[in-house]
Design a protein around this ligand. Structure first.
Ligand code: ADP
Ligand code: ASP
Ligand code: MG
Length: 411
């Protein structure tokens, strides 16, 4: 007998039929004697619908009230899923995040989980219930409803698994595992049987939305056994297991995957005086406004002045540009502030890079052969990211996927 947390994403609960099929899967696991906690997302499209609705009333929705609105999507699903389980003769009970007491900080729309009170869930499991928990939501110390950011149900699933010390956390979605890149963009992409935790962390943070990054962080911190599987297959097989050990070097692919994201916008402050404190004077006001900065580049100076570039999330591009133009440019005596929000970031990820040289040059050569200009580069031990013009993103992902033989079965 095992304790298993199963998380089902939006498309996996997108219709009454999908919900019934979910219930049947849970019933099969119950019949094998396992204890099951189900964590669900809102039905597909619902969260977007609720956000659009809020924006029709308030162009910039009040963050607290937005969470009140968007958290309702998951509440509908937990009730429906519990009913579907009851129809199969199972005992089932639903909980919203606040009912469980998934305590979060008060950063509305992107709250972090601080603790989970798992006592009631444990008692229900002991009484043979299937417990159904709403993903994506929690409650802060003052009793306000909070949500965990887009894709946050993954994090609820893993956090509940950690709190219960579950034997496994299974993420059921609309693909049958983690692929070498998004299979919707590159049909030749292959499912990875396993991926190391570190690689998954990079892929999630660099744009692969199959797992929310915070769910991967949680899995790493609490050593949760995490698996990604398809909810659309009766027998989903092994899916992809997130592992904590690196495979032996011989069988380790050098590159495991390619991530991409269109959410990056680039800002350049030109003609900045090259003197101490400048980076702080540019980025300080940006970070004070809660805008996250990703890549940063400062050029060598010519005649005492230099250019300073960085990237921000596209949603925060206008805000960052405004801050720089009104608060920074004059203050530091910069020549101009220019921006480009038609950029994309493409990254190759792999722990095998640690023991191989020449990955960067192969990446740059491959892009050069297609005439794709690299605007910014950033590297770590296990990844190389480039910022390029958005219109070349798909091409870049495809040629890199091929160049690194990701379409080939490895030994
Ligand atoms: P859910 O609603 O189940 O949470 P998501 O849409 O959030 O599902 O995540 C699954 C999607 O992630 C897939 O449909 C796929 O298009 C996308 N994706 C991006 N990168 C990858 C990858 N490397 N492997 C698998 N899927 C990926
Ligand atoms: N429903 C939320 C979203 O669409 C959370 C999730 O699906 O993980 O982002
Ligand atoms: Mg998701």
């Amino acid at each position: 007998m095992a304790l298993i947390v199963q998380k089902y994403g939006g498309t996996s609960v997108g219709t009454p039929e999908r919900i019934k099929s979910l219930a049947q899967r849970v019933a099969r696991f119950k019949a094998q004697g396992h204890q099951i906690v189900v964590v669900v997302s809102a039905m597909s499209g619902e969260t977007n619908r609720l956000i659009d609705l809020a924006k029709k009333i308030q162009e910039q929705p009040d963050p607290r009230e937005l969470d009140v609105v968007v958290s309702t999507g998951e509440q509908v699903t937990i009730g429906l899923v519990s009913m579907a389980l009851m129809e199969l003769g199972l005992k089932a009970k639903s909980y919203t995040g606040p009912q469980v007491k998934i305590l979060t900080d008060n950063a509305f729309n992107k709250a972090r989980i601080l603790s989970i009170d798992e006592q009631n869930i444990r008692a229900d499991l002991a009484n043979n219930y299937v417990v159904v928990v709403a993903g994506f939501q929690g409650v802060d110390e003052e009793g306000n409803i909070t949500t965990l950011g887009r894709g946050g149900s993954d994090t609820t699933g893993v956090a509940i698994a950690a709190a219960l010390r579950a034997d496994e956390c299974q993420i059921y979605t609309d693909v049958d595992g983690v692929y070498t890149t998004d299979p919707r963009l590159v049909p030749e992409a292959r499912r990875l049987k396993s991926v190391t935790f570190e690689e998954m962390l990079e892929m999630a943070s660099l744009g692969s939305k199959v797992l929310q990054i915070r769910s991967v962080e949680f899995a790493g911190k609490y050593k949760v056994k995490l698996r990604v599987l398809s909810s659309f297959l009766d027998d989903p097989g092994e899916g992809t297991l997130i592992t904590f050990e690196e495979n032996n070097k011989m069988e380790q692919a050098i590159i495991s995957g390619i991530a991409f994201n269109r959410d990056e916008a680039k800002i350049t402050v030109r003609g900045v005086p090259d003197k101490p404190g400048i980076a702080y004077q540019i980025l300080g006001p940006v970070s004070d406004a809660n805008v996250d900065v990703d890549m940063i580049i400062q050029n060598v100076s010519v005649d005492g002045s230099t250019d300073f570039s960085f990237t921000v999330h596209r949603n925060e591009f206008a805000k960052a540009m405004d801050i720089l133009k009104t608060q920074v440019q004059q203050h530091i005596g910069a020549r101009e502030v220019i921006g480009d929000n038609r950029t994309a970031k493409v990254s190759v990820v792999g722990v095998g890079m640690r023991s191989h040289v020449g990955i960067a040059s192969k990446m740059f050569r491959t892009l050069a052969e297609e005439g794709i200009n690299i605007q910014m580069i950033s590297t770590s031990e296990i990844k190389i990211s480039v910022v390029i013009d958005e219109k070349y993103m798909e091409l870049a992902v495809r040629v890199l996927h091929k160049a690194f033989d990701l379409d080939q079965e490895t030994a």
